[in-house]
Design a protein around this ligand. Structure first.
Ligand SMILES: Cc1ncc(COP(=O)(O)O)c(C=O)c1O
Length: 435
C-alpha cells in the first residue's frame, strides 16, 4: 500500500472571525480538506448534513465497501483456503493492525492488538491487572465514568468477593465545578496508596470532553505501587497519545468513534512492553492467544504469545477488520500530526463561535463545560444549555445538524478533522443565532 505523507500542518493559531468568508478561507488553507471527499456524509433535507457527532459514531469511509467486497470475493473463491490464500490471509489478518495503530496510540507494534469490543477488552484487562488481595483491593476511577466502565469495574470487584462500595474510589469534580482536578486525583491516590491495586481512568471524559494528563496519573499510580490503565474510547484518533512513553500499563478503546470503523467495529488493546512477555500474569485464555508455532498442534497447555496478541481469545473477525483497515489507511495517509493540529483549531473555532452566541444576549445561553486549555480538550465541546436546550437541539436537527444530546441538558458537539470543515462550524453557529 502506498501511504502518502503530508507535511506537518502549520499551526492555525490566529484571530478568528465570525463570518462565512473567514470560515471558507480557513477551509482553503486546510491541507486535509480533500479528505472530506473520502467519507459519506448523511443526507438530510436533500443536502449533506452538518455532522458533528464523530465522537459517537464516525462516518463511513467510501473505501470500506471495496475492502469488504475483497474479503467477500475471497471467501467465495477460496472458502476455508482463504485463511492462507486470501489477498490478506485471514490467519494473520489481525497482524495488519499494530503498524497502522502505532502513531495513533503512541506504542510499539508488539504492545498492540486489534480484537473484540471495548467492554469485553476492559474485562480481559481487569482480569489481568485487577488482582486484589486482603491488603490491596482498591481501584480508583473517575466519578460518572461511562456506565459500561462502571458496570465492568463493579462486576470485577464482585467477582473477587468484594463490595463495590469498599473497593471503588471515585474522584469527582468539586462542588460547582464540571471538571476533575488533577490534584484531587493525586490526593485520592495518596490517601488510598496502601490499599490501591489499580487506577483506571477514561483518557477523555465522555460527558465533559475533559482530557486528562495520562503521564501524571500514571506516575502517581506507580508511585503508590498500583497499576494504571486507561479507556481511550474518546481519545483515540482525537488527541495525541503516547501510551508507551507515558508508561501506562494497559489501555483499550473502541474504533467506531473517531476511528470511523463502523458500528460495533473491532476494538483494540495496548499492553505495555514490560508486561507482554510475562507469562505469570493471569489472563482469560483462548486459542488465538496461543503460541503461533504450536497453535494447530491443539495441545492442552496454553503458551501465550509474548506480545499483546497473547491476550487474544478468538480468531480475527475479518469483515469487521476490513472496515477498520480501510479507515486506518486514511489516518496513515493524512498523518496524525496534521489531524491533531486541525482538530485543535476546529475546536478553538467552535469555542469562539459559541462565545459569540453568548455575547449576543444579555443572559448566557450556553455554558461550555469542556476545559479550554490546549492540552485539556480534544475535538469535543460539551455545551451545558442554560436555557431553551431542547428547542435549540430540535431546531439544529430540523436544519440538518447532527449533534448529540446527553441528559439532563448537555449538547455534545465534535467537529473532526478528516471530514468536518470550518464552514460546518460557522453554519452551526449561524443556525443557533437565528433561533
Ligand atoms: C468511554 C466508553 N467506555 C465504554 C463504552 C462501551 O463500548 P462498547 O459498547 O463498544 O463495549 C463506550 C461507548 O460509547 C464509551 O464511550
Amino acid at each position: 500500500m502506498m501511504i502518502m505523507k503530508i507535511s506537518v500542518l502549520k499551526s492555525y493559531k490566529m484571530k478568528f472571525e465570525n463570518n462565512l468568508e473567514f470560515a471558507q478561507s480557513l477551509d482553503k488553507k486546510d491541507i486535509l480538506r480533500s479528505f472530506r471527499e473520502k467519507f459519506y456524509l448523511p443526507i438530510m433535507n436533500g443536502k449533506e448534513c452538518i455532522y458533528l457527532t464523530g465522537n459517537s459514531l464516525g462516518l463511513q469511509p467510501k473505501s470500506v465497501q471495496d475492502h469488504i467486497l475483497d474479503e467477500l470475493e475471497d471467501w467465495a473463491s477460496y472458502g476455508v483456503e482463504g485463511h492462507h490464500h486470501a489477498r490478506n490471509p485471514w490467519l494473520d489478518y489481525h497482524e495488519l493492525f499494530p503498524e497502522l495503530l502505532v502513531d495513533i496510540i503512541g506504542a510499539k507494534p508488539e504492545e498492540l492488538v486489534a480484537m473484540n469490543q471495548l467492554t469485553v477488552n476492559l474485562h480481559l484487562l481487569l482480569t489481568t491487572f485487577y488482582r486484589p488481595d486482603k491488603k490491596r483491593y482498591k481501584i480508583i476511577c473517575e466519578a460518572k465514568a461511562f456506565p459500561s466502565d462502571q458496570y465492568a469495574i463493579a462486576s470485577q470487584v464482585l467477582l473477587h468477593g468484594l463490595k463495590p462500595e469498599d473497593a471503588i474510589i471515585e474522584v469527582a469534580p468539586r462542588a460547582g465545578e464540571h471538571n476533575i482536578r488533577h490534584e484531587d486525583i493525586l490526593q485520592a491516590i495518596k490517601d488510598n496508596a496502601d490499599e490501591l491495586v489499580l487506577v483506571l481512568f477514561g483518557a477523555v471524559n465522555y460527558y465533559s470532553g475533559q482530557v486528562f494528563d495520562l503521564a501524571y496519573i500514571t506516575k502517581a499510580a506507580h508511585d503508590a505501587g498500583a497499576y494504571c490503565g486507561f479507556d481511550l474510547a474518546h481519545a483515540v484518533g482525537n488527541v495525541e497519545l503516547r501510551m508507551h512513553g507515558w508508561d501506562a500499563d494497559f489501555a483499550c478503546w473502541c474504533s467506531y468513534k473517531y476511528l470511523n470503523s463502523g458500528p460495533g467495529g473491532v476494538a483494540g488493546v495496548f499492553i505495555h512492553e514490560k508486561h507482554i512477555a510475562d507469562k505469570s500474569l493471569l489472563r482469560l485464555a483462548g486459542w488465538w492467544g496461543h503460541d503461533k508455532a504450536s497453535r494447530f498442534k491443539m495441545d492442552k497447555e496454553f503458551i501465550p504469545i509474548p506480545t499483546a496478541e497473547g491476550w487474544q481469545l478468538s480468531n480475527a473477525p475479518v469483515l469487521s477488520m476490513a472496515v477498520h483497515k480501510a479507515s486506518l489507511e486514511i489516518f496513515a495517509e493524512a498523518g496524525m500530526k496534521n489531524i491533531f493540529a486541525k482538530g485543535k483549531t476546529l475546536s478553538d473555532y467552535l469555542l469562539f463561535i459559541i462565545d459569540k452566541i453568548n455575547n449576543k444576549t444579555k443572559e448566557k445561553t450556553i455554558e461550555v463545560i469542556t476545559p479550554r486549555g490546549e492540552n485539556e480538550k480534544g475535538c469535543q465541546v460539551s455545551m451545558l444549555m442554560l436555557k431553551n436546550g431542547h428547542t435549540i437541539f430540535n431546531e439544529l436537527k430540523k436544519q440538518g445538524v447532527i449533534a448529540d444530546w446527553r441528559e439532563p441538558n448537555v449538547i455534545r458537539v465534535a467537529p473532526v478533522p478528516l471530514y468536518n470543515s470550518f464552514e460546518d462550524i460557522f453554519r452551526f453557529g449561524e443556525i443557533i443565532n437565528k433561533i
